[in-house]
Ligand binder design. Structure first.
Ligand SMILES: Nc1ncnc2c1ncn2[C@@H]1O[C@H](COP(=O)(O)OP(=O)(O)OP(=O)(O)O)[C@@H](O)[C@H]1O
Ligand SMILES: [Mg+2]
Length: 507
């Protein structure tokens, strides 16, 4: 093999990194420096370190270069999910020569959106401490050749070894932080709400959790299907066994069977090594098949067989494997209609639909909206280290009158943003996404012209923004908007804007 040795520059970088890490001092700073060195000397376009939080069953990003705080926060994964999730659960490195050819790529941090991904290679290595995988180290490289990548892999593995013990300490620290606050442990998993609709769902969960019965979760996007699948697993006797989540809609059709059942070496082009499937990974735990409606016809047949016989074969193998995994499925489509249309097998549908749970949309859950908003406010305020004391009345009105097509997820995102933008401990309408402000205005006052309403909300926002930038000075605000002071004064009156609140306090 050519190029099988490190270059001078690579040695140098490793040397600098290891001495940085050996120096006493805060780990976060050292880690950031390590990522910088990787960027500077090793051709890493972007590096990232995650830890596996066993307490909340989540992979959490603790450092990343070229990533702002928001991107770091977004980059959370479930074990087994995406490439990072897979490296974590398998303990094996993954090398992706070209990102754009890899279906598992999630780009959760969203930081590659404006980069031409066809030019990027990606490597993710496990960070191991003792027998355990405690996190991952991953890096984007500008397109590399295979021999280069195999050297890069070795480099990343060396760096992962160097940081392993401190990553483990960091992981324990994060878990302890939560342990000190017993409410917090639960809060990531708990199902918030006191509406009759959600109470009924809770009852159903309690009824079915104990058994091995298959559950079909239906509900619009963002209603909490994933959360409830986990809740069922956690309340079941299988809770200490794996919970494996597979989004059938995210896997290309030709790979889904190998993903579910595994494959033998050489089973198809590209199957360079044998691999276990998700049913095997689930052991005696729970397998959660999300977006089950997108399961292709042939895989539907195989799944039906697994349910009937509790047995399957890896793709390309004739050896039968037994499974005892419990199956939970979810969809936001009308499966019954897909059965009528002939795109989903009726026999499979009946097997999956033994115990259906329909999760109601958020707009039918009344006061749950505010309970959830409060819940997310305290969570995000905690995580961002901010104090948020209240939501003002106009903002509450907006929350309550909005129809939440994206359900709890949309609410969670809106609140996360609102907490970020909040000032002086108050969430105001200014902190809410413009889409929400406009749609809510639309709903609230259907009689008035729609255009007029939309323009008014937009105009009000522009004026508030200008006043804010002008620190409450109306003349300046008028200049920013290239209009006259008289018009600004007129609009301030019309919209009842308190411009004084934007003045800098002298205190
Ligand atoms: N009742 C609830 N209490 C607290 N958090 C909730 C509740 N319902 C949903 N969430 C949170 O809202 C977000 C979206 O929920 P989830 O991912 O489970 O929705 P989903 O139905 O699986 O959506 P999709 O169909 O898009 O996959 C998650 O962060 C989840 O934790
Ligand atoms: Mg989901």
């Amino acid at each position: 093999m050519m190029n099988s040795h490190f270059t001078q520059e690579q040695y140098h970088a490793l040397h600098v990194i290891s001495s940085d890490l050996a120096r006493p001092g805060p780990f976060d700073a050292a880690l950031k420096e390590t990522l910088n060195q990787m960027h500077e000397y090793l051709g890493v376009a972007r590096g990232m370190v995650t830890i596996f939080r066993r307490d909340i069953d989540q992979i959490q990003t603790i450092a990343g270069n070229q990533m702002d705080e928001e991107a770091t926060e977004r980059a959370r994964y479930s074990p087994g999910e995406g490439i990072i999730g897979r490296v974590l659960s398998s303990g094996k490195a993954i090398v992706v020569p070209r990102i754009n050819q890899e279906p598992l790529f999630l780009n959760r941090s969203g930081t590659r959106d404006d980069i031409d991904v066809s030019e990027l290679s990606f490597i993710c290595v496990p960070i191991c401490y003792g027998q355990e995988v405690v996190g991952t180290l991953s890096a984007d490289f500008n397109a590399r050749s295979e021999p280069e990548l195999s050297l890069d892999l070795k480099l990343l593995e060396s760096i992962a070894n160097l940081i392993a013990s401190r990553v483990e300490r960091r992981r324990i620290m994060e878990e302890n932080k939560r342990l000190k606050d017993p409410d917090a442990i639960d809060s990531h998993h708990s199902i918030i709400g006191s509406s009759d609709a959600i109470k009924h769902v809770r009852q159903l969960i309690a009824q079915v959790a104990d058994s091995r019965t298959s559950v079909l979760l239906t509900g619009e996007t963002g209603t909490g299907k994933g959360l409830i699948a986990r809740a069922i697993h956690r309340m079941s006797p299988r809770k200490d066994q794996p919970f494996v989540h597979l989004n059938c809609g995210a896997i290309p059709e030709h790979l889904i069977e190998s993903e579910l059942f595994g494959h033998e070496k050489g089973a198809f082009t590209g199957a360079i090594a044998a691999r276990e499937g998700r049913f095997e990974a689930a052991k005696n735990g729970t397998i959660f098949l999300d977006e089950i409606n997108s399961l292709p016809a042939q895989a539907q047949v195989k799944l039906l067989k697994v349910i009937q016989d509790r047995e399957f074969e890896r793709v390309g193998s004739s050896k039968t494997t037994h499974t005892n995994a419990r199956i939970i499925t979810a969809t936001n489509k009308d499966l019954e209609k897909e059965v009528e249309d002939g795109t989903f097998r009726a026999d499979l549908y009946y097997r999956l639909n033994v115990f259906p749970i329909l999760i109601p949309p958020l707009r039918n859950r009344g006061a749950d909206i505010m309970l959830l908003a409060d819940h997310f406010i305290s969570r995000y305020a905690d995580e961002m280290g901010k104090t948020v004391e209240r939501i003002d009345t106009p903002a509450i009105d907006l929350f309550m009158s909005y129809h939440w097509p994206g359900n709890v997820r949309e609410l969670e995102n809106a609140v996360e943003r609102a907490v970020l933008l909040s000032e002086d401990g108050v969430v105001t309408t200014r902190c809410l996404p413009p889409s929400l402000q406009m749609k809510a205005a639309e709903n609230r006052n259907e009689k008035r012209g729609r255009l007029e309403q939309l323009v008014a909300v937009y105009e009000m926002g522009l004026i508030k923004d200008a006043l804010k930038d002008a620190e409450g000075n109306q003349t300046k605000a008028a200049e920013f908007l290239e209009t006259t002071k008289r018009i600004i004064q007129y609009k301030i009156k019309k919209y009842n804007i308190n411009y004084r609140q934007y003045r800098k306090s002298i205190a």
